[in-house]
Design a binder for this molecule. Structure first.
Ligand SMILES: Cc1cc2nc3c(=O)[nH]c(=O)nc-3n(C[C@H](O)[C@H](O)[C@H](O)COP(=O)(O)O)c2cc1C
Length: 215
């Protein structure tokens, strides 16, 4: 049995990010019954980001897995054993959400050697990142810049990172109820009608690709 972990870094259970990750999961599961997909919802959990305890860098007792014991510990252990990983997040202020950011700190800092700045992940595995956002593809360049350091760590550690992002998403179901005039609904609707199904299909295919790669 091969194991994939899907990390949902968004707070809304039925919106864009969750939908992209759901399609990714369906794609993976369509490939084989021998793929187990575990979904983790970070907003249902209580934990902090890195607290700089430096326990992962103790002389003679260093660790590539964060030593803090809390709700995130089993998730980090699962990631260390996983054959594939997908992480999704809405974009908040040009970055991933605070919950996902906290996980990434705890995931990556223990990989980092303060001897030679090498990065050692427990395993090389394929990774898919799925961001959803108001931005269009051009505006998203700023977001990719903001995320570039952490993503280059993921790339160096895991070896393979692919993006399956959704631009210009619907932020609410009913635009009439909110003051959101900077995002006129007709423009949103036109984009959604022509892109959203395609975005979901890309997520489905990414799930299939990952499953085929690891099976
Ligand atoms: C606190 C907050 C900050 C946001 N910041 C950005 C941003 O910087 N850039 C952007 O393109 N969208 C931004 N958005 C919009 C969300 O990224 C977008 O609606 C996303 O698809 C929501 O994902 P969800 O439907 O899974 O909750 C922000 C939304 C919120 C609530």
């Amino acid at each position: 049995m091969k194991k994939m972990i899907v990390i949902d870094g968004g707070p809304r259970k039925n919106f864009n990010t969750a939908a992209m990750l759901q399609k990714f999961t369906e794609g993976a599961q369509s490939v084989s019954k021998d793929i187990e997909v575990k979904t983790v919802r970070l907003y249902d959990m209580q934990y902090k980001g890195c607290i700089s305890c430096m326990a992962c860098k103790l002389k003679g007792n260093a660790s590539h897995i964060c030593k803090i014991k809390d709700a995130l510990t089993p998730v980090l252990e699962d990631i260390a054993q996983a054959d594939g990983l997908a992480m999704g997040s809405p974009i908040y202020f040009s970055e991933v959400t605070a919950q996902l950011r906290a996980l990434l700190e705890r995931l990556i800092f223990p990989w980092l050697s303060y001897t030679d700045f090498s990065l050692t992940a427990p395993k090389k595995i394929p990774v898919v990142l799925s961001y959803t956002m108001n931005a269009n593809e051009e505006q998203a360049k700023d977001i990719y810049r903001c995320m570039s350091i952490i993503e280059s760590c993921l790339q160096r550690g895991f070896g393979q990172v692919e993006h399956v992002d959704a631009y210009n998403t619907y932020q609410v179901k009913d635009y009439n109820r909110y003051e959101l005039s900077a995002f006129p609904e007709p423009i949103k609707r036109a984009w959604r009608d022509t892109h959203w199904e395609e975005d979901l299909q890309r997520a489905y295919k990414a799930g299939q690709r990952m499953a085929n790669q690891i099976i």
